[in-house]
Design a protein around this ligand. Structure first.
Ligand code: SDX
Length: 436
C-alpha cells in the first residue's frame, strides 16, 4: 500500500533500447489498473502521446464508474437502472455530491435547500435583454451561467467548504430557472418564476410551459419522464465536458466559470449536441425506406456523415442509459398518443438495421443515450434547440460533484499537458523588405 496515495501498488517497467524505468501501477476498487507515469518526463525526457486521451486516466475519482464492454453505469456504486426506476433526480444529486443515498431527513433538508435557491437575481432578467431573441439557447446558457459569478460573490471562494457547497446548491437550483428563461426568451413569452410547492421537474416544466393566461396543469407522467431523463444524464465519469470543468477548476477559477466552460464543451454535436443532431438526422432520413442510403453514407470513409446517436468512446456495448431512454420514450409517446410517431418508426428500424450490420457490429457502434432522448423530448413539446440545454441542466450536478472532488483532492494540481512538436526548428526573423 502506497503511504502517500493509499493505493495498492504493483510495479511496471518501461524498456526503450538499452534503458528501462519502473513506474508504480495502482489498482482501483473495480476497473482497469493505471500506470502512474507522472515521473516519466523527469526520468526519461519523453512524454506520453495520447491524442483524445483514449488510454489516459486524468484523475482518481469515487463518483461514477462505467464498464463500456458490459454496459454498466454506477453512480457512487448504485446502478443507473435502479436509480432511474426507484429514485428521483434530487436524490441522485445528493448521492453524487455526498457519496451516500440520503436518509428521509437528509432528503427533505436537501430538497428544501435546493428549492429555496431556485430564484435568480432579478438583474439576470435584464442580462437576457442583451441577447437576440433568436440566439441559440446554449449560447444564452453559456453566457448567463458564466455571469452568475457577477451576482454571487459570497460563494466564489473555492477554499471555503461552506461556499463550495452553497455554490453547488445554487447551481443545481438555478439551472432549471435559467434554462426555462432561455426558452421563454427564445419564444417571446414572459418568464415564469419557480413555485416552491412543486417538485424539481414539475417546477421546470411549469416554468417552461405555463403562460399567465391560464393555470398550468402538470402531467405527472411527463414530470416523471423528465426527472428520469435528468437522472440518466447526471454524470458520466471523465467525458469531454467534465474534463473541461476539471481543467478549468484546476486553475482555481470560480465554480460558475468552470460550469460555463463545461456548457461550452457539451454544446458540440459529437458530445451533448448529439441529441439535437440525432433528431435532425431522423427527420432527414424521413422514412424507413431511406435507411440503407444513410447506413451506406455512415460507412463511407469519404463521407463525413455519422449516425448521430450511435457509437461511444467508452460503451462498446449498449449504453445502459439508451435502454432506459427507449422505455421512457415509449411511455411518453403512449401517454401523448404519439405511438405511431414516424420518427420513432424510423428510429426503431434504423436501430434494427444498424444492430445487424457488419460494419456497426465490427466497430461496436450501439445506440447511445442521445438516440432516443431527442424523440422523447420532441414529443414532450421541447424544441430541438433546447435539447442540449436540458442535458446541461442535468449534467450540472455531475460537473459540480467532479469539480468539488478535484478541489478537495490534496494531490490536485493545475492541469498542463505537453505535446509532440512537429513545427519549424529555430529560424531568424526576416525583415518584411526581404521577404519574397
Ligand atoms: C455523449 O464521453 C461520454 O461519456 C459522452 C456522453 C456523456 O454522457 O457525457 O456519453 C454523452 O457525448 C454520447 C455520444 C454522442 N455523440 C454521438 O452520438 C455522435 C456520433 N458518434 C460519434 O461521433 C462517435 O461515436 C463518438 C464521438 C461518440 C466516439 O468517437 P470515438 O470514440 O473517438 O470513436 P472514433 O471516432 O474513433 O470511431 C471509431 C470508428 C471510426 O471508424 P475507423 O476510423 O476506425 O474506420 O467508428 C466509426 C469511426 O468512423 N464511427 C462511426 C460512428 N461513430 C464512430 N461511424 C458511423 N457513425 C457513427 N456514429
Amino acid at each position: 500500500m502506497d503511504a502517500k496515495t493509499g493505493h495498492n501498488v504493483k510495479s511496471g517497467k518501461l524498456v526503450v533500447g538499452d534503458k528501462n524505468w519502473s513506474f508504480p501501477i495502482y489498482e482501483g476498487t473495480i476497473g482497469p489498473d493505471v500506470i502512474d507515469i507522472s515521473k516519466l518526463y523527469a526520468e526519461s525526457g519523453m512524454f506520453t502521446y495520447d491524442p483524445g486521451f483514449t488510454s489516459t486516466g486524468s484523475c482518481e475519482s469515487k463518483i461514477t464508474y462505467i464498464d463500456g464492454d458490459k454496459g454498466i453505469l454506477l453512480y457512487r456504486g448504485v446502478p443507473i437502472e435502479q436509480l432511474a426506476e426507484h429514485g428521483d433526480f434530487l436524490e441522485t444529486c445528493y448521492l453524487l455530491l455526498y457519496g451516500e443515498l440520503p436518509t428521509s431527513t437528509q432528503k427533505s433538508d436537501f430538497d428544501y435547500r435546493v428549492t429555496r435557491h431556485t430564484m435568480v437575481h432579478e438583474q439576470m432578467s435584464r442580462f437576457f435583454q442583451g441577447f437576440r431573441r433568436d440566439a441559440h439557447p446554449m449560447a444564452v446558457m453559456t453566457g448567463c451561467v458564466g455571469a452568475l459569478s457577477a451576482f454571487y460573490h459570497d460563494s466564489t471562494d473555492i477554499s471555503d467548504p461552506h461556499q463550495r457547497m452553497v455554490a453547488s446548491i445554487r447551481m443545481i437550483a438555478k439551472m432549471p430557472t435559467l434554462a426555462a428563461m432561455a426558452y421563454k426568451y427564445n419564444i417571446g413569452q414572459p418568464f415564469v418564476y419557480p413555485k416552491n410547492e412543486l417538485d424539481y421537474s414539475t417546477n421546470f416544466l411549469r416554468m417552461c410551459f405555463a403562460v399567465p393566461c391560464e393555470e398550468f396543469k402538470a402531467n405527472p407522467v411527463l414530470a416523471r419522464a423528465m426527472d428520469r431523463i435528468f437522472i440518466l444524464h447526471a454524470d458520466h465519469e471523465q467525458n469531454a465536458s467534465t474534463s473541461t470543468v476539471r481543467l478549468a477548476g484546476s486553475t482555481g477559477a470560480n465554480p460558475f466559470a468552470c460550469i460555463a466552460a463545461g456548457i461550452a464543451a457539451l454544446w458540440g454535436p459529437a458530445h451533448g449536441g448529439a441529441n439535437e443532431a440525432a433528431l435532425k438526422m431522423l427527420g432527414e432520413i424521413g422514412k424507413p425506406e431511406r435507411i440503407p442510403e444513410f447506413i451506406k453514407r455512415a460507412k463511407d470513409k469519404n463521407d463525413s456523415f455519422r449516425l448521430m446517436g450511435f457509437g461511444h468512446r467508452v460503451y462498446k456495448n449498449y449504453d445502459p442509459r439508451a435502454k432506459i431512454m427507449q422505455k421512457t420514450c415509449h411511455e411518453v409517446l403512449s401517454e401523448l398518443g404519439h405511438r405511431d410517431d414516424p420518427l420513432l418508426q424510423v428510429a426503431l428500424e434504423l436501430e434494427r438495421v444498424a444492430l445487424h450490420d457488419e460494419y456497426f457490429l465490427e466497430k461496436k457502434l450501439y445506440p447511445n443515450i442521445d438516440f432516443y432522448s431527442g424523440i422523447t423530448l420532441k414529443a414532450m413539446g421541447v424544441p430541438t434547440n433546447m435539447f442540449t440545454v436540458l442535458f446541461t441542466l442535468a449534467r450540472t450536478v455531475g460537473w459540480i460533484a467532479q469539480w468539488k472532488e478535484m478541489i478537495e483532492d490534496p494531490n490536485q494540481k493545475i492541469g498542463r499537458p505537453r505535446q509532440l512538436y512537429t513545427g519549424e526548428v529555430r529560424r531568424d526573423y526576416i525583415p518584411i523588405s526581404r521577404r519574397k
